[in-house]
Write a protein that binds this ligand. Sequence first.
Ligand code: NAP
Length: 268
Amino acid sequence: MINLAVLGNPIAHSRSPEIHGLFAQQFGMALDYQKVLVSEHGLAEAVAELVRQGVRGCNITVPFKSQARALCDEVKGDAIGLGVINTLDFTPNGTVYGYNTDAQGLITDLKDHLEQSIQDRRVLLIGAGGAAQGVVPALLREGPETLHVWNRTPQRAEQLVQLVPSSELEAKTLEQLDEQYDLIINASAAGLQGSAPDLPRRVIGPNSFCYDLSYSDSETPFLRWASGLGAMHRADGFGMLIEQAAAAFHIWFGLLPDTQVVRTEILS
Ligand code: NAP
């Protein structure tokens, strides 16, 4: 039996066990993937306990992605520089590697499944937490005309853009959000509290593609808000969740699951 886990707070909503279970089935693997609710200062202890139990690796979710950096012996791939971790790889010799697969998940979902190009488009990113930090470098690599960041606490948006200097990347205050965007990506955790971020309606037009990293069985509050303002094209982050999970599965086992099969199975 191979053991994996996802650590976060809240955690009950996570669909990661189901997704990884379906990946494991594709390769005939016996897998136990548990959800672990972690207290505010309990991440280090929770990870140490997983290592003691011989767990192969874990995913890290809200609000621990920045804290997880301190638990890694080495950070790899997209996580280098920003230090926002969503995947820990516990190797047999005791070395803990940290990765971030969120960006790969988002870009694959947007481009391959939703046919949304980022190149030359005006993009608004909402949020400056772990998820937003993790996806900024990959969004910039796609060549947007502009990438504006708005966060409820403006100083965090400022800090984020300073981490990744780029002429396309700018932090905006609410008052400075005075244009319509082609692509609006909600990377805030407002949806977990059942609300939408408090944005001016002028940022949305009928052709704005609205993407919410949050996901739920019914339309998320942000997507409901966008729909109410006439945005015709909307998607939640369930596709991203499947794609980032596939990238983590590849890190742990060197195997790439067929994500389309899992999409069809879960969404049907
Ligand atoms: P985080 O590190 O805790 O950051 C939370 C962010 O949300 C901060 O920018 C915070 O702003 C903002 N926020 C919280 N409540 C808000 C509200 N009521 N109105 C406006 N902004 C609010 O969390 P995270 O790891 O970045 O995750 C953010 C969201 O993305 C979560 O819903 C998570 O489930 C989702 N996510 C989904 C995927 C996926 O695969 N689909 C992957 C990663 C994350 P302040 O700075 O002002 O506190």
